[in-house]
Ligand binder design. Sequence first.
Ligand SMILES: Cc1cc2nc3c(=O)[nH]c(=O)nc-3n(C[C@H](O)[C@H](O)[C@H](O)COP(=O)(O)OP(=O)(O)OC[C@H]3O[C@@H](n4cnc5c(N)ncnc54)[C@H](O)[C@@H]3O)c2cc1C
Length: 408
Amino acid sequence: MKHDSDVIIAGGGLNGPALALALASAGLSVTLVDAAPARQRATDTFDGRAYALAIASQKLLRAIGVWDGLAEQAQPMMEVKAADGHAGEGAAPFFLHFDARELDQAPVGYMLEDRYLYRAFLDAMEASDKITLLHETQVTGQQVVPGGVEVSLSTGKTLTAKLLIGADGRRSGVAERAGITREGWGYGQTALVAAVEHEKPHNGIAQQFFMPTGPLAILPLKGNRSSIVWSETEENAKTISALDDEAFLAVLRPRFGDFLGEIKLAGPRFSYPLNLTLAKAYVAPRVALVGDAAHGVHPIAGQGLNLGLRDVAALAEIVVEAMRRGEDIGAEDVLERYQGWRRFDSTSLALGMDTVNKLFSNDNPLLKAGRDLGMGLVQAIPGLRRGFMQQAAGLSGPLPRLLQGRAL
Ligand SMILES: Cc1cc2nc3c(=O)[nH]c(=O)nc-3n(C[C@H](O)[C@H](O)[C@H](O)COP(=O)(O)OP(=O)(O)OC[C@H]3O[C@@H](n4cnc5c(N)ncnc54)[C@H](O)[C@@H]3O)c2cc1C
């Protein structure tokens, strides 16, 4: 059966474009459909969103050809420090400290603003003759047909392909229409996200303060700027969000502390309600899910996008190998290989972050003693600490080629 393209991807956030580029690099034809206008996120002003990219993710970006254009905008993270914190008291002594020099390769990771990453993906997709981009268009329906899948669009058009990818985020319509159910829960927390400018240099150090109401991450951006991801109870967050910028800073300052000198806002503020949502399956006939469509996690360890890029790398490798062997890339056994590779890893990481958040977002003295002991052990035993760092860098477990920086 002749198809419009080999693969249709629903969702042009970050994971959809990364997968489109990976597949196109191996010669597959891809149609990417996104509901949003193309340049909406590729603005010149910082919109507050930034990602902590693990080294493995950076290697993938290099392998799919977008890293060279991004390297200058990426802030290397040299150290990660974590401590208990209370408003007004500043942070307690650090109970965890990861230093890039302990890994064979520095840095620990990179901070990159969304606008640069998104634009790099968009430019690379526009330059590829293997990728057709349909923006301001929604996928509204899908149906398995002999030898493929037929996808309906909001424009009234239908397209066919061998495989449909759901990269359409936490409320994935592709998953829902395929009958994939989800499990998860709300955290009763909201993340307040903004960029701040500070007097003193951050020296590439990322900090995480565990407050009783939720963690505050201070992540280094280029220049004397940092991105904050400040999780608060829904109620507190609502009150804080309603404040004007000066009043917002007055609440932030005692939590942030003065280690970077005077702080001020360097852009607009955002808030994201936090919840965990895990798809019960990553595949269905002629369908596979990647990124937040498969697993929406707590931002506590900044792993959401990194997890998605691991899906991208595994799925691209399996699909390209299947194509080279002459297999049907949308066949059930091909998709099962992907699910087998990724589902356990994502679910265990998502639940791990859930536990860390629960363990740290409170003031219970027993839990506090337990976590101090646990963290003290991690800090004291170099082998264990290196293990954690390898895990955070995305360098542990069976790694797909793209995460090793190798072409498909
Ligand atoms: C506060 C916060 C901080 C975070 N910090 C980090 C961090 O430091 N590091 C990190 O790795 N991750 C981080 N994350 C997670 C990261 O932002 C997400 O994991 C990532 O953006 C998900 O990308 P995605 O492409 O899977 O989905 P999305 O970005 O949600 O994209 C989905 C796309 O699908 C499109 N779409 C939806 N429905 C349709 C349809 N029917 N038809 C066509 N298109 C459709 C939408 O327009 C959208 O463009 C953070 C998240 C939050 C909330």
